[in-house]
Write a protein that binds this ligand. Sequence first.
Ligand SMILES: [Zn+2]
Length: 74
Amino acid sequence: MEINNLNQGGQQIKVNVADQPNVECENCKNIFFDKVTIIKKISKLLVGTPDDQLVPMETYKCAECGHINKEFIV
Ligand SMILES: [Zn+2]
């Protein structure tokens, strides 16, 4: 897989994703993750709706120990 992106100078940079380091679990160094969904509850007082709003967001947990790396928590 390749990612094409523009850097700040407007030049196109190409990144070969397979060459990049794997993210490891902070807890057990495992490199496999399961996709999980966390649900944010947004107070009705913040958004002015009659009920609290539930907003699902996807993140990843370690497939081995279930740990969620800090960088995955939004
Ligand atoms: Zn782990």
